[in-house]
Design a protein around this ligand. Structure first.
Ligand SMILES: Nc1ncnc2c1ncn2[C@@H]1O[C@H](COP(=O)(O)OP(=O)(O)OP(=O)(O)O)[C@@H](O)[C@H]1O
Ligand SMILES: [Mg+2]
Length: 311
């Protein structure tokens, strides 16, 4: 397996020539330009390809012995199985050559949404989550995600921090460590449900497409679960984007995806925040230069929200 780049992503020219040729044949035109968008922490190829003639597609690719290929193949199956009208781009194809796999996805045109208070994008995202979680996932989607264990269900961190609290741990967390660890321990049994869950909702996993509006991308962790997961994931992202934690806590309390399951929502938020607090203190993985700094910020945002939910 090629060593992932120590900073940034694999490029189109890193893809084996055999797979590049196969893709160009399948797409019906040579690639004129490959643009790697900003956003995300992965090391694989994730690029917008502009073909001769002007058409654009989005491609994710990695060697077959890279775990990201399994994630990409899962994402392809999910995109294929999401119900019509879901806020996701269409799958265009999956291609294998030279022990690499490429997933080709319809290109979305636009920036990441602006989740700050001055934009309407956050409101649009809450509305999308209401629609996405208001009824059970259709059977083809449930089947597509059945075999893959949910990464959301496995989130944890407070248990380890309780054993050896780091010196720089926020006093708010330090004072509540046993409670946070207990909430987190309750999460795995609450993590089951029949709703569509994206499970990695951040602004950089969304595109505000000029035609479609806010659309979710990067469905690599998609699963089924309780309706609250994506709304509770969005909440700390809004704090990071500048919303007051008290305002977001109110939205979380009242949103249709979370209002009826306050206990499950709090347990998930505790597990997610514990994951951030623990992982932010781990050594940085190769190919993901901004990850630990992001996790420190996200850990603080999650804790600011938990303060409003814990007694
Ligand atoms: N269909 C698409 N059309 C246009 N741009 C896209 C599309 N899908 C993703 N992007 C952009 O490419 C970036 C990387 O894509 P994506 O998040 O799917 O890759 P990833 O390697 O799984 O990311 P991560 O690092 O989050 O694991 C996104 O942040 C987004 O800006
Ligand atoms: Mg991403």
């Amino acid at each position: 397996m090629p060593v992932p780049p120590s900073s940034g992503r694999l490029q189109w020219t890193d893809v084996p020539p055999l797979l590049r040729a196969l893709l160009e044949t399948a797409l019906g035109a040579p690639v004129a330009e490959a643009v790697t968008p900003g956003g995300g922490f992965g090391h694989q190829l994730a690029a917008a390809l502009r073909l001769d003639g002007g058409r654009r597609v989005f491609v994710k690719a990695a060697p077959d012995d890279d775990p990201l290929t399994g994630a990409n193949v899962h994402e392809a199956a999910v995109l294929d199985a999401l119900p019509p009208g879901a806020p996701a781009p269409d799958l265009l194809g999956v291609h294998h050559a030279a022990s690499w796999t490429a997933v080709v996805i319809a290109h979305l045109d636009g920036p990441h949404p602006d989740l700050s208070p001055r934009s309407g994008d956050a409101g649009q995202t809450w509305a999308l989550l209401d629609k996405l979680t208001s009824s059970p996932a259709p059977a083809p989607y449930a089947e597509a995600v059945r075999a893959k264990p949910s990464t959301a269900a496995a989130l944890h961190g407070w248990n380890e921090l309780l054993t050896a609290p780091p010196a720089d741990l926020d006093p708010v967390a330090r004072d509540r460590l046993p409670q946070l660890a207990e909430l987190e321990a309750s999460w795995p049994t609450l993590a089951h449900g029949d709703r569509i869950v994206h499970a990695d909702l951040r602004a950089d996993n969304m595109v505000r497409d000029h035609d479609r509006g806010v659309t979710f991308v990067d469905w690599a962790h998609a699963t089924t679960g309780p309706a609250c997961i994506d709304a509770a994931s969005l909440a700390p992202q809004l704090v990071l984007a500048g919303h007051a934690p008290a305002d977001v806590a109110r939205l979380l309390r009242d949103h249709p995806a979370t209002a009826n399951s306050p206990g499950t929502t709090t347990a998930y938020l505790a597990a997610l925040t514990g994951h951030w607090h623990r992982n932010a203190r781990q050594p940085a993985p190769p190919g993901a230069p901004g990850l630990r700094a992001y996790q420190h910020r996200a850990a603080a945002a999650g804790l600011a929200l938990l303060r409003h939910r814990l007694r």
